[in-house]
Design a protein around this ligand. Structure first.
Ligand SMILES: [Fe+2]
Length: 194
């Protein structure tokens, strides 16, 4: 079954221009096309998997990059367009495990400032109940198996270069949090804890 491109109801946002968001959404669209195209190619090649072993394994490797690119962007855009005010059980959880929102935010920002293309991610390991703030290289390297993504902050340069200089990544991170929809983060937490 092919994946459908999602649409996001995004208002005008301070610090994230319409042009920036539209350009970024086009990249998201490319991930959907590539995921569906890879699934089709794999389906064709697996008719003779012995003969096509090298091509099949290469496409399987690429699949993780494209699929995570698709899903991580959905987490990203779905949680934008809010008032940036943290609320709900997620705040209690962060305070329990990090001491305060500010302490967690300082750590998360430090991770998000990492040089290179990737994501800063807040995840919940449902087995232990632990939150982990992590760095994900590209879209997939460093993801924690089974952990649920609560906050996905895209810090690839394509996410902010229309609005900011490369050295302005910190201002972009501030804009992301100013426009974050914490009720979406709360819903993800509730679903993860089921
Ligand atoms: Fe992106």
């Amino acid at each position: 079954m092919h994946y459908e491109e999602k649409t996001f109801d995004l208002p005008e946002m301070e610090g994230l221009s319409t042009k920036q968001i539209e350009t970024h959404l086009k990249l998201y669209s490319g991930y959907i096309k590539n995921v569906n195209g890879l699934m089709d190619d794999i389906n064709t090649l697996k008719q003779d998997s012995e003969k096509n072993a090298r091509a099949l394994s290469e496409l399987a490797r690429r699949f993780g990059f494209e699929w995570n690119g698709m899903r991580m962007h959905e987490y990203y855009f779905e949680a934008l367009g809010g008032d940036g005010k943290p609320g709900g059980e997620i705040v209690n959880l962060i305070e329990d495990q990090y001491g305060s929102i500010d302490t967690w935010m300082a750590e998360f920002r430090a991770i998000a400032m990492m040089r290179g293309a990737g994501w800063a991610v807040l995840t919940l390991d449902t087995e232990s109940g632990n939150l982990h703030s992590i760095w994900v290289n590209d879209h997939e390297l460093g993801q924690l198996a089974g952990a649920k993504v609560l906050i996905a902050l895209d810090v690839w340069e394509h996410a902010y270069l229309i609005d900011y200089l490369p050295a302005g990544r910190g201002d972009y991170i501030t804009a992301f949090f100013n426009n974050l929809k914490w009720d979406v983060i709360e819903r993800r937490l509730t679903e993860a804890q089921k």
